[in-house]
Design a protein around this ligand. Sequence first.
Ligand code: ADP
Length: 497
Amino acid sequence: MSQQLIIALDQGTTSSRAVLFNHEAELVDVSQREFEQHFPKQGWVEHDANEIWESQFGVLQRLVAANQLTPSDIAAVGITNQRETTVVWNKKTGEPVYNAIVWQDRRTAARCDEISAAGWKERIQEKTGLVIDAYFSASKIEWILNNVSGARELADAGELLFGTVDTWIIWKLTEGAVHATDPSNAARTMLLNINSGEWDEELIELFGIPFSMLPEVRDSSGDFGYLSFQGQEVPISGVAGDQQAALFGQTCFEKGMAKNTYGTGCFMLMNTGAERVDSNSGLLSTIAWSIDGKITYALEGSVFIAGAAVQWLRDELEFIESASDSEALALRANPESDVVVVPAFAGLGAPYWDMYARGAIFGLTRDSGRPEIAKATLQSLAYQIYDVLQAMQKDSGIELSQLNVDGGAIANDFLAQFQADVLQKTVTRPKVLESTALGAAYLAGLKVGYWKVEDLMSVREVEREFSPALAQDKVAHLLKRWHKAVERSKQWVDIDD
Ligand code: ADP
């Protein structure tokens, strides 16, 4: 290889990927492997931490072999990962003491309610920027220590280590030499004080977690040890949680820049600069990354069901063979149709936060058919993002001029155009939709001098811009219908059901 390359390891919720980028930030090759999801009880979601590692290492080896890479071909390795998922392992044997408890797992919901009832809400928000929820790692670690036989004793004796998935992968890659994380991942544990960037003693005590279990927090573009192969060492020099990595990959380096990722769910993040911004509208405040010891903050809005609604069209309604067929079907819809789908299959996330809302279809008439329902389903993604964006603009006091997008579902041109129409803003779709992996590559490459920030601004290539093309009064009419539909789907399930 004449030119050095960067490898990004992207450890996601359903698959592990290794992605190779060149200096122009073009995707050279990718290797991917899915792994098993375990659902031992209703509301429980686990991964085998060894399988996470083996699949991640496997795709790395496959990428190296397929491209005949030698250590000198690789300038650095970056890591990005599913966030909040919790691994606890034995320092001596390297064996996890329990399966990884995945971010979606709800087993500690009652414990979180108890902590809220005990009056911790404001204090935890002030320290961590988060709402008290089973989503974050703290209550998952506590559960493992309280429920796995012998775990508490081993932890107290300093024998156990905790890590989010980044930390677990780093520890395995460095053969136990480095036990570290970055602030974007640490901020999702509900144990980090995001004001100082340090572990919070009071919260660690609240959850009964020995300090010795916690990884060292290092800069996102920083030193995480070395990957050894073929007798040489390659630096691991970039780490960030998946959504923050995507924000970086979209080069949202300045305060007020935002991106939205359309995957299974949607995650919108806005860079809020060196100051944290607190939300009154159900958004989280979190750490975006740290570089040269300087923390950059972000506001985050999460929508639970986005691309998953397209999967519903495919798998439950059997309207389409593949997700991409949704576009052609939607384009066949009667333009006069007023059908609205509210995909509250798992309640509603930001900015509504109604766990008791459920999915609904409104406005059906005798001629409503598959095309109208498919169109309304795609439109529901755009409406949800409209609502999150309004909340974000209100909380930050910043009006966005355009929205940077990425993720699998935004390959859909109908959706991208409708998103621009509803927001009345330009939607910018980059050439590389793999912003998450790209962000990890950028963080790693910056640290080793492979790129400079100015290089990154100039290599980002826009594939297509979608400009608003729908009249404002028409948009206002559509939004009115949408908000009416949302109101009617709220509080559907009774609390005692
Ligand atoms: P994740 O990282 O959450 O697994 P991806 O970014 O890979 O998600 O995107 C996959 C999601 O996008 C799926 O939920 C799928 O239904 C949806 N999707 C993929 N392609 C399209 C398309 N052309 N139109 C609409 N939805 C799509």
